[in-house]
Every structure is written in structure tokens, then in C-alpha cells.
Design a protein around this ligand. Sequence first.
Ligand SMILES: Cc1ncc(COP(=O)(O)O)c(C=O)c1O
Length: 327
Amino acid sequence: MLTKTANGEVADTLVEEREPAIKPADETRSTKAATKSLTIYVDGEFLPEAEAKVSVFDHGLLYGDGIFEGIRFYNGRVFRLEEHIDRLWDSARSICLDIPMSRREMTEALLETIRQNELRDGYIRQIVTRGVGNLGLNPAQCKRPTVIIIAATIALYPEEVYRNGLSVVTCATRRTNPAALNPAVKSLNYLNNVMARIEANIAGADEALMLNDEGFVAECSADNVFIIKRGEIFTPPISAGALRGITRSAIFEIAAELGLKVAETNITRHDVFIADECFLTGTAAEVIPVVKADTRVIGNGKPGPISTRMIARFREITGESGTPIYE
Ligand SMILES: Cc1ncc(COP(=O)(O)O)c(C=O)c1O
């Protein structure tokens, strides 16, 4: 069937009419958060949303001095919880922040926050700030880090984007040089990423492709990047300025399961333009295909077979593995 697209091009939509291979994500099971006030963990207390507040002297606010994790839970299980806790502790160590609780206490606080909100599917934002200090930036002024855990629901993109793909644009803002602020630290200072996101918004693209100082692809504003060429999968190495994504590592496992090779190698915009397929990974976005980069159509302009298999398998894994919340 030939149809006219928004910009007047004639597109062949025959392929879209076949049965979709990807099972839809279920965001509807979590209803409490959508309708009622959330219960939020702040420094050992579970508070109603309206009372969950931090000081204006908290250095997380004044200087972006702190760290965070974004974690998803599916079907009553937290996906890759230990990996997220490990990464939180790594970020803390890197910025000399002493998290004022043990990993076990943090894990229990996180699970209890989900229980308090009666959720089975959703997203957790876990934040540890430097804490309350004075107006000077010296972290030595801050006596105790603030710990916040928010459990809510999130749907970054509508389901049709997972079926039809999204567009990315290369932004002028470079990913921070590791010598300045290492992108491996998941810090509260996300202005570099926010600037990239603003550029994507201005360009009318769904996401921003960020390059490092050398001009190699680092990642997107909140996602890792994968490209596929002749059946082989490529992704930038951590040294290119990519976060060691937990969804990224799940893709490595799925690829191995499917007998596909993933090479961690520097990639350029040219490699993205000529790729057969491209997809992004992130806890919030999950696994999402890219079909356009800087106006160039990737592959045939539709999510390719490997991306589609990755999305389908990722959804299977998230639905059946993880740390149980209610048992
Ligand atoms: C800058 C950046 N890159 C990549 C990712 C993807 O990492 P993960 O899959 O662990 O969520 C995120 C999100 O956490 C991010 O903020």
C-alpha cells in the first residue's frame, strides 16, 4: 500500500501490516503512582510526595554534587538491582562520597519504597547528594549525604516509536572529556546531557547523538548507541565517553545468546549513516531502534531484524528475571 507521509513523500507501508514481532510493554499494571500521591524515601523516612523535600543548602541542588541511578522494575522484580547498586557505589567512590548506609540497607530501602507505593512495574530514581552545607562549594562543609528514593512509573516514548524507530541528530555539544568530568560517573551534574537534549529538541529530533572530543560517537543524551553492519554489532567503548550502561551489558548477553558478535570499537557519524541498523539502550528508554540520523535514513528506514530481536528478547528477560519485591 502506498501512502503519503507528513512531508509529502510516498512510502510503501506494506511491511507494517504484518504481525509485529515485539510484545508490547505493559505500563498499565502500575496504577497507584499514576493516580495517587507517591510515597518517597528521604533519609530513612517514607514521606508523602508533598512533604518530601530537601534543603536549599543541599549541595546536590547548589552544585549538582551527588550521584544517582535510574532503575526499572518489571512484573514485581527489580531488573539488575545489584549492578545498579554497584554502579552507585562506584560513582560514590569516584567523587569521594560516603553513602551513609550499607548496600544491604540501600537495597531494602529501595524495595520498601516500591512496596509502599504498591507498584509492580515502574522506575526508581535513587539519589545520593553531598548533603547540606554552606554556600561555598567545599564538600567538607557537608556533614551527611542526603539519600532519596522515588518509585514511580515512566514511559519515555510511546509504543509506536519502538515499532517505527526514532530519529537522532548529532549535537554540537561534545560529551564531557573524562579528564574534566568523567561520563562514567553518574553524577547529578547532567547539564552536558541536558544541553544535548536541548539541541535535539531545537532540531526536531527524538534524541541527540553526542561525540567526544576526538569526533567519535560517545553515546546519546541518556542512552548507549549500537550499530549493526553485515550482521555484526558495534558499540563505542567506555573510553569513548560512554556510560557503562546496564542495558548495554544486557545487550552483550543477548547477542551472545543469539550467536552474534559485539565489537566495542570507536565509531564515527559515517558508520552510523551507513549502518544497516541502529538502536539505543538505556534503563528508561529500554531498547529502541533508530531509523534516521542527521536526515540520513538508516538501512531501509524501518527497525531491522536484529534490533527487533533484541527488543523482543530484552522484553522477555525483563519480564522474567530480577530481584523479587514482594516475596
Ligand atoms: C548518559 C547515559 N548513557 C547511557 C545510559 C544508559 O545506561 P543504563 O542502561 O544503565 O540505564 C544512561 C542512563 O542511565 C545515561 O544517563
